[in-house]
Design a protein around this ligand. Sequence first.
Ligand code: B1M
Length: 214
Amino acid sequence: LPLFERLERRIIDGERAGLEPDLDEAMTQVPPLKIINETLLNGMKTVGELFGSGQMQLPFVLQSAEVMKAAVAYLEPHMEATDDSGKGRIVLATVKGDVHDIGKNLVDIILSNNGYEVVNLGIKQPINTILDAARDKKADVIGMSGLLVKSTVVMKENLEELNARDAAQFPVLLGGAALTRAYVENDLTETYDGEVHYARDAFEGLRLMDDIMA
Ligand code: B1M
């Protein structure tokens, strides 16, 4: 297979051996972020479709996710970073009950490379932990990620909890595959006493952070 198709195939097949040389070769042709966005994420999309339609079993999805993470980790040091720093601080977490973290970690990388300090709490984080960290670290923004449909409900409950705990001064950034712009901009805006923003991808997340911090 040609290089970029082969890389996409590696994600779908969860084939780790030989990944690095392929990534090295790819980086001689296009920037690392483009490899992620246009090649590797296409592979993950196919994995999601195969899994969703019952053509792929969970352990294979996990293998694909591991190759994806290894690829992103390999590419990250080669990504362009701005010299800015101290643009703001975000506490970032995948919400309670949800283990998906590839998207959240991409958001971390994009924000970190663009002047933001990211406190990445990891997966399955209850709102108490998120809020404590936001207060402790004096975060400017709280970011929550979640891919499951039930995570969209958890996010709503989290916003209610932030209201109840007098924490609506934190602007909140939300993202993840099961969320829709309409749900965030209609339902969740209504729920939360503070600002709530929807990011379709990590780049929109960066743009929104720049808006919030402006
Ligand atoms: Co899961 N999974 N999974 N899974 N998985 C989905 C989400 C699913 C849609 C697959 C499917 O059925 N087609 C489905 C959810 C269905 C639903 O809720 N209706 C699903 C399911 C069902 C499950 C389990 C329940 C399966 C089971 O156990 N029977 C289980 C859940 C466990 C749990 O969470 N409690 C499960 C487990 C797993 C694995 C562990 C095997 C693995 C995750 C590994 C890991 O993350 N470390 C996995 C994977 C890999 C997927 C799919 C295939 C791919 C997800 C992914 O990494 N995409 C996924 C299919 C899909 O999403 N369509 C699926 C790439 C990633 C870059 O995209 O995270 O969306 P994403 O991030 C994007 C944007 O959303 C945005 O930016 C990123 C791009 O720039 N973004 C943000 C994300 N967070 C943001 C935060 C922001 C801003 C932007 O600001 C704060």
